[in-house]
Design a protein around this ligand. Sequence first.
Ligand SMILES: Cc1cc2nc3c(=O)[nH]c(=O)nc-3n(C[C@H](O)[C@H](O)[C@H](O)COP(=O)(O)OP(=O)(O)OC[C@H]3O[C@@H](n4cnc5c(N)ncnc54)[C@H](O)[C@@H]3O)c2cc1C
Length: 454
Amino acid sequence: MERVDVAIVGGGPAGMSAARAAAERDADALVIEKGVPRADRERTGPDSTDAAGMLDYWIDLMDYDPEEIPEDIILRELDGATFAGPSESVTLRDTGIGASYDGFGFTFHRARFDDWLREEAEAAGVSYEVGTSVTDVDSTFDAGSFTHTLTLADGEQLEADALVLADGPQRTVTIDALDQFMPADRSTASLLGPDKANHIAYQEHRRIPEELFDPELLKFWWGVIPGHTAYPWIFPNDGNVARVGLTMPIDMDIGTVQNRAEYALLEPDDEQIPPGRVYLERLLEQQYPGYDLEDFPIVEDRGKRGGTEAYPISSTRPIESPTQADIAVVGGAMGATSAFHEGGDHVAVRTGKIAGRLAATDDLGRYNREWERALGDEVLRNVTLAEMARDMGPSDWDETFDIVDRMLSVKGSRYRQALGAGFGGLSLLARYKWIRRGFSDGAYVQLHESEYVL
Ligand SMILES: Cc1cc2nc3c(=O)[nH]c(=O)nc-3n(C[C@H](O)[C@H](O)[C@H](O)COP(=O)(O)OP(=O)(O)OC[C@H]3O[C@@H](n4cnc5c(N)ncnc54)[C@H](O)[C@@H]3O)c2cc1C
């Protein structure tokens, strides 16, 4: 049976970054990627969510120099992001976090990004097996070390000293692989099961009329569809094509929606939560009165198929890995793609880089500490904001955006800005700090290494 130093399940940003980091330290690294076809890629490759917005400081968090990002990946340089409630809105022109990248951020071509990561990894000596899935992992302890036996869909088996689980938010392998180390009465499925821990994301590539197309701003609408952290967006791409998408909870019951008449994209006759496609049609009709849907044609040769794509998106808090068993869970699989959804490629790349380096040097025991040091502030911020958003309705969003808009008109520290926005500003800041404190000192982690049975 083939044996490798490091086996990596999944060839997305997390998996390829782990593989490259391991190979650069002379480890024998093998990536197994299920492989999916896409309309905008010739060969099969990772299941690239063509989602792709990158903020300035995320490049630093990925541990890349902006110069290293190939130009042909970037679709649009961004100047800011607009957050709109039903009636109020605020536009941020600065992420407020120091960054090496000169600009607000960019949108990028995710399939090309994934191809680049793959090329870099292969150049470093990674073996890449695409077109077959891992169906099972069996980890055994013998003579002082672990061996992980991976079974592939075609029946082939291989062994590895270290295992990196990078199978994304579906966690097709991660849950069972981790459950080997959970107490008999607990399963990681209760924390990471896709139907509990994820949202569904749906998006369309549409051509926007020239006069409406804003090439430099990301746009998000909050409080227009029900559900925790449920919102539609428009991301400008190349030409006047934009990705019009949304994220929303899986299987939400419309009967549980309070004040449903306040949600602009729900209609009185809706008997269930409308599918993403319907929500997006309503968004375009309402935002651009005087235009027909035909004025926003779907660009069919992009995305996964026919110009549209649907994916699960991780919307939970991260877990620590059972590193004593020489296993690291990275990126979307570990729930590190942020409870706030937008933004995960940077966390995926960085957790992958850390895991690959440590797996290659036989030092995986440091993995949890290292990713928490590198990414803890980012995860803490996102988890805090997601908690603040819990139970907010349309009028709460309007009030919040009004306050933030007033805060941004004041120069100075966050405290000065809050003070400048009056009582609302101060109470918003106090609430943020209070919730943040509850998740600090690592409390944003939902499964600690000490809870595994090893
Ligand atoms: C609609 C949408 C919008 C988003 N917007 C942004 C954004 O603007 N900016 C941003 O930074 N992030 C964004 N994200 C998040 C980003 O896509 C994820 O954080 C990122 O893809 C996570 O990378 P990953 O490598 O952990 O997982 P993935 O990219 O999901 O890769 C996992 C890989 O594992 C493979 N796989 C799964 N199971 C198996 C198996 N059993 N055997 C072999 N292979 C397997 C899959 O085919 C896949 O290629 C968005 C996500 C969605 C869905």
